[in-house]
Every structure is written in structure tokens, then in C-alpha cells.
Write a protein that binds this ligand. Structure first.
Ligand code: GLN
Length: 289
């Protein structure tokens, strides 16, 4: 970069590069991403960058900016680089051992919160915790409810526990490292929630580089037909749920018929199918009778 290193010039320089190297398709998004990197480096919020756009950046900060920009140019998602991502009404720590929280999944939170009143006293079980963004968002709004989250990855749970600490929900939430199948518990739950891996194994290579290279495959790969985890959840959920207990699941595009028949066969009845903002059926709500 040859021009004087003001905040404004650095933003334009970085955004041009992201578009030129086809990492980001439009300039507006590229500007936003570069602003996130710069505000992370400066420890200031985004509005600071606008108000102080003519400030010249120290050389050591510019070197750091270039290092982070290079990571982005290699496909690493901006939120993985800055280590946190907005989700629902909150912000969560993220990292390479967890799926980045996605806006699609906000439909799962909204479905649960729409169905139960805020003062409900529920025991909630989550299969596949990742960053913890689902269970923590739900528990933070249902503030008389309790949650247990199961994940096989201790690296993922390190991140989930950091988020638990930020939410200060120790007295109502517990993350346990176990395979779903090996988990044993005397208690029965009112609600099970999950966003399990649901991508077909053969499709993984077609995912965007941000997902394929930087999200853990274990959180994405749902087996040959993408439905392995739904079969497992349908198999084991009966023993954890109270009668008339509920299950809320995120699903992939066009999986609703297959997932419904898996859960029907296991004694569940469909209550609701909820679409995301692009009209895709994203959440299935079943009741256990
Ligand atoms: N929605 C994610 C994706 O398309 C996949 C999440 C999952 O498998 N549960 O990248």
C-alpha cells in the first residue's frame, strides 16, 4: 500500500483486495469485513472508524492488519479471525473447533421461544453443542429453565464453556463431553434441541472454502444421505424425553420429508415446520407421545 495509511485508505485498500481476489463478491461486504478486522486490531467499535477515518495507523498495527487480511485472503472467515460472531441477540466466541454460528440457526431459537412462555420451567437437552450458541441463547431468554448440552468434542466444549462464562449461566447450564449414544441421565427432559451435522458426505467438497476448511467436518458431515444424526437422535431421544416432550431440530434444504418419516417411525408427531427468511423449511418441531 503506497498511499498514506489512514483508516479510510486502509479500508479501501483491503476491500479492493478482497474483491479483486474474489474472496468477497461485493465491495460493501468487503468494506464491512475489513472494518471488522480493523476495529478488532484497534480495540474500537465500528463507529470509531467512521468518526476517525483520517487518523493515521501505527506501523505495527498496519503489519498486524496485513497478517489478518492475508488470512482472510486464504479463505478464513472474518469471524473466525476475530474470534467472535453475532448470533441472535448476542455475540459468541467462535473458533476452528466449532461451527460458526449461522443466521439460519436463529430460526431454531425463535421457534423454541415462540412456543414456550418466558417463565416456563423446562429441562432442556441439546445434542451437539459446538459454540453453545443455541442452548445459551434459549436459556438466557427462558430464565427459569435448565439445560444440559452434550458434545463429543472437548475442543468445542472449551469454547462453549467460555461462552457459558460470559453468560454467567453456571447455575442453569452444564456442558458434558460424551458421544450422544453413551450419555446416561436419570432425569427426563421437557425439550430436546439440536442442529446436528446434516450435509451429505459426498457434498462436503462442494461447500464454500470458509466452511469446508475452517468449520470442523465432524459438525457438518451427516453421512451418505446426510440423515445419520437424525436417525441417531430419533433412536435415543425416547429415553430422555418426558411424555409429551418436545424436540426442535434444524434441518438442511429438502430434508423435511425424510426427517419427518424417521421421527414418525420412532413415535413422534410433527407439530410445526418453520421456514427461514429465504423460505426454506429449516426447523421441525415434534412432540413425543
Ligand atoms: N448450515 C450449515 C452449512 O450449510 C450446516 C450445519 C449442519 O450441518 N448442521 O454449512
Amino acid at each position: 500500500m503506497k498511499t498514506i495509511k489512514t483508516i479510510e485508505n486502509i479500508i479501501n485498500f483491503g476491500a479492493d483486495l478482497l474483491v479483486e481476489k474474489a474472496i468477497v463478491s461485493d465491495f460493501r461486504t468487503a468494506v464491512f469485513e475489513v472494518k471488522l478486522l480493523l476495529s478488532f486490531i484497534l480495540g474500537k467499535d465500528l463507529s470509531y472508524l467512521i468518526v476517525n477515518k483520517s487518523d493515521v495507523i501505527d506501523n505495527d498495527k498496519f503489519i498486524l492488519f496485513n497478517q489478518l487480511l492475508n488470512r482472510r485472503l486464504l479463505g478464513e472467515p472474518v469471524y473466525k479471525i476475530i474470534g467472535k460472531k453475532p448470533f441472535y441477540k448476542y455475540e459468541f466466541i467462535t473458533g476452528n473447533s466449532v461451527l460458526d454460528p449461522r443466521s439460519d440457526t436463529e430460526v431454531l431459537i425463535e421457534s423454541v421461544l415462540k412456543y414456550f412462555s418466558k417463565d416456563s420451567v423446562l429441562d432442556i437437552l441439546e445434542f451437539g453443542v459446538g459454540s453453545g450458541c443455541i442452548l445459551l441463547s434459549v436459556l438466557n431468554d427462558l430464565n427459569n429453565s435448565f439445560g444440559i448440552g452434550i458434545d463429543i468434542s472437548s475442543d468445542a466444549l472449551d469454547i462453549a464453556n467460555k461462552n457459558l462464562e460470559i453468560f454467567s449461566l453456571f447455575d442453569r447450564c452444564n456442558f458434558i463431553c460424551s458421544s450422544w449414544n453413551d450419555f446416561v441421565c436419570d432425569k427426563k427432559f421437557d425439550v430436546i434441541i439440536s442442529n446436528p451435522p446434516y450435509i451429505k458426505s459426498s457434498y462436503i467438497d462442494n461447500l464454500d472454502i470458509e466452511v469446508r476448511k475452517f468449520d470442523p467436518i465432524i459438525a457438518l458431515d451427516g453421512g451418505a444421505d446426510g440423515l445419520n444424526c437424525y436417525r441417531e437422535i430419533a433412536d435415543i431421544s425416547g429415553k430422555f424425553l418426558k411424555n409429551n416432550g418436545h424436540i426442535f431440530l434444524e434441518i438442511g434444504i429438502d430434508q423435511e420429508n425424510d426427517v419427518c418419516s424417521i421421527f414418525n417411525d420412532a413415535g413422534f408427531k410433527i407439530v410445526d415446520m418453520v421456514k427461514d427468511l429465504s423460505g426454506v423449511i429449516r426447523v421441525l418441531h415434534f412432540i413425543y407421545i
